[in-house]
Design a protein around this ligand. Structure first.
Ligand code: G6P
Length: 611
């Protein structure tokens, strides 16, 4: 949520900043802005409500030679999206400018203090407080000291970039609770919220740590701790991310590309982890804690959004294979609920971005209660990957579409791997372990088969896209899939959709059924097939329109229903990896038919770094 970028170097900063903003637009897209130090050493600020193209149009009218600047793409928290509330924000004299990703929780009292000192505010944002605080302290101090003093007064989170006309060709960057990555290449430095904005320039990066502040010039970087002043040696590492991975590669939308990448992303998730000789799984990242997991009285999995749906599947998988009780908690509830964490409780946090504020707070709460906390993340080097005791990377590759697709299937794959590994440590036989591993290897090809049915799904979506309410039903392992399918439709099509355990339907939602309420029912040939067929009959008896996801070769369902999407057969616990694919595809096609911005749905952001 919110992307920030800063540049100082040999190129025209405006071009670099705009390119970076475009790459980070998925982090927020209600307004954007740029502040540069021009050749006369004045700060020029341009800000626009709406998508980044509006900012580009405003900039194109004029020429701005500049080698240092900062920029921001916003997901509004304090103050509605408009030109004034957009970042960057400046001090009273327009000598200092900042961009900020985060929240100032004590902004009201700080604002009152600054007003009493005569500062003038123009926006409704919490961010503007920071720049005026810096201005206040800059009177008697150098800029770095002033920024440190200001940040010590702030309660909340920040990824912050500061420029000042008094310190040309320098950017100050500080981090607390919101990520910042610094990229270094020949005579240039780029600082951004994530590496996607950097990799077209360099793959040498440094992740700023919590509480650190850096003074950055073209040739130099000095890092110290905001609170202790402790100095750290800058250590750059090489990141393994390519430009191709974060571009659309001929697809109309990132979401479509990411749906189609799933055979490959799942292959990457399982690569090197299948141990056929021993019929088990290798997860080196959590090796040290595997016995704690095995002997845990209880595992708590905590996450938000799509990751929470994967967590729910994790419960079904781990309880089924390893017989360990698993609780699943929304991170936002866990953190405030005073959760029970006993000596043998292990907490697992799942997060694609590794930056979700609620999940981070839940991790800290679990740690305060002395739990071992493990992470399942996609973004390498992200906050959650670093604050957890150990973890398992998803290796799904960068996910840009705001609606999560390939991250979900990789999360489920990781949980499947973990469940098999724990199962093998308990009562699962070698044969069963091997059997599962061999089937898992076939999943990518089976997904490819489903992806080939796009034409049929497009046809079906044409029948459906004008409806305003949908029901998604599934049972057992496919119940979390029903929840995730409904979420996908809500997120990108703005259609009301409810996911429900199919049998629960008769305890309420059945009252909603009529011929205007399509029901997408996952009815696979598994242990509860007969039960879900009964649920379908209940809907049909009330004139409901049922669209079913069914197992290839199932004639019975074909004779009952007109609209059936067939998917290949697999083992029941692995079915979610297949049954979710047509649901992702339907949401995508419906959003396209409704002419909506699939990759940037309204009001959402990919990475929610505020609570
Ligand atoms: C946001 C995104 C969702 C995502 C959720 C959790 O709401 O729009 O797609 O599932 O955050 O994100 P995380 O990065 O922690 O998995």
């Amino acid at each position: 949520m919110c992307g920030i970028i800063g540049y100082t170097g040999k190129k025209n900063s405006v071009e670099v900043l705009i390119e970076g903003l475009k790459r980070m637009e998925y982090r927020g897209y209600d307004s954007s802005g740029i502040a540069i130090l021009n050749d006369n050493n004045e700060i020029v600020t341009i800000k626009k409500k709406g998508e980044i193209q509006k900012l580009i149009n405003a900039i194109n009218d004029r020429k701005y030679p500049s080698h240092t600047g900062i920029a921001h793409t916003r997901w509004a928290t304090h103050g509605e999206p408009n030109d004034i509330n957009a970042h960057p924000h400046s001090d009273c004299k327009n000598e200092i400018s900042i961009v900020h990703n985060g929240i100032v929780e004590n902004f009201k009292s700080l604002k009152d203090y600054l007003l009493s000192k005569g500062h003038k505010f123009v926006s409704e944002t919490d961010t503007e407080i920071i720049v005026h605080l810096i201005e206040e302290f800059a009177e008697d101090n150098d800029l770095l000291t002033a920024v440190k003093k200001a940040l010590k007064k702030i309660k909340g989170t920040y990824g912050l970039l500061v420029i000042s006309k008094k310190l040309p060709n320098t950017i100050i960057a500080a981090r607390m609770g919101s990520p910042l990555v610094i990229g270094k290449s020949d005579k240039q430095m780029i600082i951004a919220s994530d590496a996607s904005a950097i990799i077209s320039h360099t793959n040498q990066v440094l992740y700023l740590e919590e509480g650190e502040i850096a003074e950055i010039t073209v040739n130099d970087i000095n890092i110290s701790n905001i609170f202790s002043n402790h100095i750290t040696d800058p250590k750059f590492i090489e990141i393994d991310m390519t430009l191709e991975q974060i571009e659309k590669g001929g697809y109309e939308h990132f979401m479509l590309k990411e749906i189609y990448e799933q055979p490959e992303s799942i292959r990457n998730t399982i690569r090197g982890r299948l141990d056929k000789t021993n019929g088990t799984i290798r997860l080196n990242g959590i090796k040290k804690y595997i016995n704690d997991l095995k002997d845990a009285d209880r595992i708590i999995i905590t996450a938000c959004g799509t990751s929470w749906h994967a967590a729910l599947l994790g419960k079904y998988l781990i309880e089924n294979f390893a017989n360990i009780p698993v609780e699943v908690d929304y991170a936002s509830e866990f953190r405030y609920r005073n959760p029970i964490v006993r000596k043998n409780t292990v907490v697992i946090a799942i997060s694609q971005s590794g930056e979700t504020a609620d999940t981070i707070a839940a991790i800290y709460e679990a740690k305060r209660k002395n739990a071992i906390v493990l992470g399942i993340c996609n973004v390498i080097g992200s906050t959650i990957a670093r604050i957890t005791d150990a973890g398992i990377y998803m290796h799904a590759g960068p996910e840009i579409g705001v609606a999560s697709t390939k991250a979900f299937t990789s999360q489920v794959t990781v949980l499947l791997l973990l469940a098999i590994l724990l199962g093998r440590k308990h009562h699962m036989s070698f044969d069963e372990g091997l059997h599962l591993i061999k089937e898992l290897e076939k999943i990518p090809d089976k997904i490819n088969e489903i992806l080939n049915s796009r034409k049929y799904i497009q046809k079906l979506s044409k029948q459906l896209y004008k409806h305003t309410n949908f029901l998604y039903l599934g049972r057992g392992f496919n119940y979390p899939v029903a929840l995730e399918g409904a979420l996908k439709l809500k997120e990108i099509s703005y259609i009301h959709a409810e996911g429900y355990p199919a049998a629960e339907m008769k305890h309420g939602p059945i009252a909603l059924i009529d011929d205007n309420m399509p029901a997408l029912v996952i009815a696979l040939k598994d242990s509860i097939y007969e039960k879900i067929i009964t649920n379908i009959k209940e809907i049909k008896a009330r004139k409901g329109h049922v669209i079913s996801i069914a197992t290839k070769g199932d004639k019975e369902i074909g004779s009952m229903l007109k609209d059936v999407i067939y998917i290949p057969d697999t083992f029941e616990p692995m079915a979610p990896l297949l049954s979710i694919i047509p649901l992702q595809m339907i949401s995508y096609e419906i959003a396209v038919l409704r002419k909506l911005d699939v990759d940037k749905p309204r009001n959402l952001a990919k990475s929610v770094t505020v609570e």
